[in-house]
Design a protein around this ligand. Structure first.
Ligand code: NAD
Length: 488
């Protein structure tokens, strides 16, 4: 006799701890700036600790570059650029392939360091961040000798030296998104990692050494916002590629106004995840969970505005809440963890402020009950219902594990509500009608639209925003264009 559905689903699974060992990682106590192919002490910068957000313990000391360091780095990158651009294209490709292979070889170590430095669950750094970072280098290695085909058969040349500034939510992956196309196109690059997550970029510097990349082709300058601002304003840089908040993007755009410095901006978002009544609802619930709780919601394209068709609202919310209560929050290095630590005390505070605003503006809050560690920065997965489109939690980017539910009656209303945002980065559509999905997708003002999936990334596909989510595309052949000038 088979057990009834109720008996089968009422079994409680207790997970034993499954921590990944950190014994195999090779971290130094101190990392200098990576300039001219070697690590060096900052001349006018300083050393700062980088902290594990899951326990607030320092992991290593990292040099932050000062203005003099930046000037020296730009000079080294300028000197290296003509030789790098002058290499046979297949030679350049060879270095990118080597970097990709070395990322694969050191994948386990990189995944552990990424989770220690940033707080994301090991399952994600191991299965998403690191393999995708390698895939980006492989992809652009393939483009290095086909640039001309990537840009409509035009004759192209590199821009020169590019400055690249990345945030803390996907530290190695964002570095790969930036460096791989820039190098494939013959530019040299100066990368500034975020202040809270510099470590995997510094391991990538070691990988560049192992790959025998010519000195000066890749420079890594850790530091804070001041370092980023100084890099943007330094002379002799041909392009700035920035990923981060809309506020900083605006500042950078203003700083470069009137200058012949190219710019691409990948900024924030408040993406709509739209569930129609004809969707496979269990599948949609998995997609909602992945859309907002992946990487603690520290995802620019997170599906933070959940739009549900009214006829299935109660059912979807009930299923979602049941699924959310099973999420395991805790040690990022535990292989069973679904939701790890919030990246920093500052980010935790931002989330708390917006969640408090949600409550005071009248939305209904539900937060899952779970035991949170005593130390570190944590925020349990949270669902808001009774949200009005004017509430701050429906308008502002929370960048945390918090989803706001809005409802709609018709397809036209879904489109109108989804587009009612100053951002335009991504969207999700859940329906079993292909024609409806195409119709809605073409009406949405969002750079990426997923159908019956969410947060799916591929190096061959372009990614980027509209409106206050920025401009320029990364990934695929479209990702080459911002690193090239068309000669004729
Ligand atoms: P942030 O803008 O504060 O910082 C991003 C980077 O810019 C960091 O390296 C920081 O040190 C540097 N920086 C800070 N002030 C600067 C200045 N004045 N000039 C130059 N550089 C400066 O953003 P954050 O809090 O680190 O990251 C979260 C934001 O990034 C979110 O808004 C998120 O949506 C966005 N993001 C966007 C994408 C995308 O592809 N569109 C991807 C990831 C994150």
């Amino acid at each position: 006799m088979t057990a009834s559905a109720e008996t089968r689903t009422s079994i409680v699974w207790d997970y034993a701890p499954a921590p990944e060992s950190a014994d195999h990682i090779r971290l130094k106590d101190r990392y200098g700036l990576f300039v001219g192919g070697e690590f060096r002490d900052p001349a006018d910068g300083r050393y700062e600790p980088t902290i594990n957000p899951a326990n607030e313990e320092p992991i290593a000391e990292v040099a932050w570059a000062g203005p003099g360091d930046i000037a020296a780095a730009v000079e080294s990158a300028r000197e290296a650029q003509p030789k790098w651009a002058g290499l046979r294209e297949l030679e350049r490709a060879k270095y990118l392939f080597r970097i990709a292979r070395l990322i694969q070889e050191r994948a386990r170590e990189l995944a552990v360091v990424e989770s220690m430095d940033g707080g994301k669950p090991l399952r994600e750094s191991r299965d998403v961040d690191i393999p995708l970072a390698a895939a980006h280098f492989f992809h652009y290695a393939g483009w290095a000798d086909k640039l001309h085909y990537g840009v409509n058969a035009r004759e192209v040349a590199p821009l020169g030296v590019v400055g690249q500034i990345v945030p803390w939510n996907f530290p190695l992956l964002m570095a790969a998104w930036k460096l791989a196309p820039a190098l494939a196109c013959g530019n040299t690059a100066i990368l500034k990692p975020a202040e809270t997550t510099p470590l995997t970029a510094l391991l990538l510097a070691e990988i560049c050494q192992e790959a025998e990349l010519p000195p000066g082709v890749v420079t890594i300058l850790p530091g804070n916002g001041e370092t980023g601002a100084a890099l943007v304003r330094s002379k002799q840089i041909n392009k700035i590629a920035f990923t981060g908040s809309t506020a900083v993007g605006r500042d950078i755009q203003a700083a470069l106004a009137g200058q012949d410095t190219k710019l691409t901006l990948e900024l924030g978002g408040k993406s709509a995840n739209i569930v129609f009544e004809d969707a496979a609802l269990d599948q949609a619930v998995e997609g909602i969970v992945n859309g907002i709780f992946f990487n603690q919601g520290h995802v620019c394209c997170a599906g933070s505005r959940l739009l549900i068709q009214e006829s299935v609202r109660d059912e979807v919310i009930a299923k979602l809440w049941q699924r959310m209560r099973r999420l395991r929050v805790g040690d990022p290095l535990d292989k069973n963890t679904d939701v790890g630590a919030i990246n920093s005390a500052e980010q935790l505070e931002r989330i708390e402020v917006l969640v408090a605003a949600g409550e005071s503006e009248g939305a209904t809050r539900r937060t899952i009950e779970c035991e949170l560690p005593d130390r570190g920065y944590w925020f349990a997965p949270t669902l808001f219902t009774d949200v009005s489109p004017a509430h701050r939690i429906a308008v502002e980017e929370i960048f945390g594990p918090v989803v706001s539910v809005l409802t709609f009656r018709t397809q036209a209303e879904a489109i109108e509500k989804a587009n009612n945002s100053r951002y335009g980065l991504a969207a999700g559509i859940w329906t079993d009608k292909g024609a409806k999905a195409f119709e809605v997708a073409s009406a949405l003002k969002a750079g990426v639209v997923w159908q019956n999936t969410y947060n799916h990334f591929d190096p061959t596909a372009a990614f980027g925003g509209y409106k206050e989510s920025g401009f320029g595309r990364e990934g695929g052949p479209a990702g080459l264009r911002p690193y090239l000038q068309v000669i004729r």
